[in-house]
Design a protein around this ligand. Sequence first.
Ligand code: PLP
Ligand code: ZN
Length: 448
Amino acid sequence: MGFNAWFQCINEQCRARYPLNSIIYRCKSCGSLLEVRHDMEALARSSAVTWMKLFEDRYKSTQWPYGSGVWGKKEWILPQVDNDNIVSLYEGGSNLFWAERFGKMIGVENLWLKLCGNSHSGSFKDLGMTVLVSQVKQMISEGAPIKAVACASTGDTSAALAVYCAAAGIQSIVLLPRGKISVAQLVQPIANGALVLSLDTDFDGCMRVVKEITKDETIYLANSMNSLRIEGQKTVGIEIVQQFDWEVPDVIIIPGGNLGNVSALGSGLLMMRDIGLITKLPRIVVAQAERANPLYRSYLKNFETFEPIQAQKTLASAIQIGDPVSIEKAIRTIKQFNGIVADATEEELADAAALGDTTGMFNCPHTGVALAVLIKLIKAGKIDKAEHVVVISTAHGLKFTDFKVRYHEGTLDFPCTYANKPIELPARVDAVQEALEHALQKRRKQNV
Ligand SMILES: *Cc1c(COP(=O)(O)O)cnc(C)c1O
Ligand SMILES: [Zn+2]
């Protein structure tokens, strides 16, 4: 249909272009990150209404591969890939729900949660990995000598890479920081047949190693410096707006670590604006853990300088990153979206996650960071109670059960205000009745 996309250097002075089937992660002439650019003129030849109707017709249909939330927007993502090479597990189309009770508790009426963790591998990483692995399959079918696809990961990237590679029949390699990811996250790449390399370092250390081993072109790099992933992840913003019948919320809050996802969110929304589907943009808020907050530190200095830091251990393990790869893209996005960056302590993130759970959510710690930041920004008057707010929940709570268990056991190094301990009792009716009487009375008092 004549749609075209290519890699382009993000450095405005350079703008070098490379075809999408070249094995390249940074600009060859200036070393900057690349991004996928589209022939916007060709896309704008169809009207906004035509695109909206097409996206609605395909949404969650069984017409393969267009029922996928990503591939339903194929022309905007990766127009030249053959449908035969698409590796999809029906990602996207995740639920967006009105968090009515939680919103009331914290003072914002129109609060929604986008559950990106309700997906095949349990995090939003699926959205990007379907695109990357499909492009790899396309390149292999064209004769590229790719033997395996590798990534460094704080857990969720490796799970997504392993499962999409398994579906495609391509070997995956994952480099993980030993002892720093949850059992649930570790077991996913193992189960899906990845070569799992557990290294005695942190995420940033794994990243350094994987960059070296992928200089060999037969091992393809799947980290988010590879902008193919951003193309899939950018559907999250488009999908949110579509789910609101093409209305744009006022504020979108997103947890950020390596900062690819915030760039992706911005990129999808800008594309909608440029093709005419929307006229306003939301404010974007990036939420960081205080123990891994290099972007927040830079924000406090109006982004005049950026300094990588040594990330400290945080319960929000997927964002324990001190030297984010996509820093330049993220700063650009925050400026374009009149954005805010804020951070949350361990206690704040854990309490916010737990408080949300008492209203029917089941939050991962990263979503806890976003909720904690929301609470702070409402208190500070930076988000108004009348605003339409969306929080992006990045992973499924079931991937982080150790975090929840320790919170409710009260064994973390802070008070755990909402801990809910099981009551141990003999199996006697009178003992149970007596315990219930006390416990229910206590709950009633707490709830008034
Ligand atoms: C990867 C990840 C993030 C951070 O996304 P970035 O693109 O690295 O900023 C946040 N939450 C979860 C659960 C993740 O897996
Ligand atoms: Zn360049």
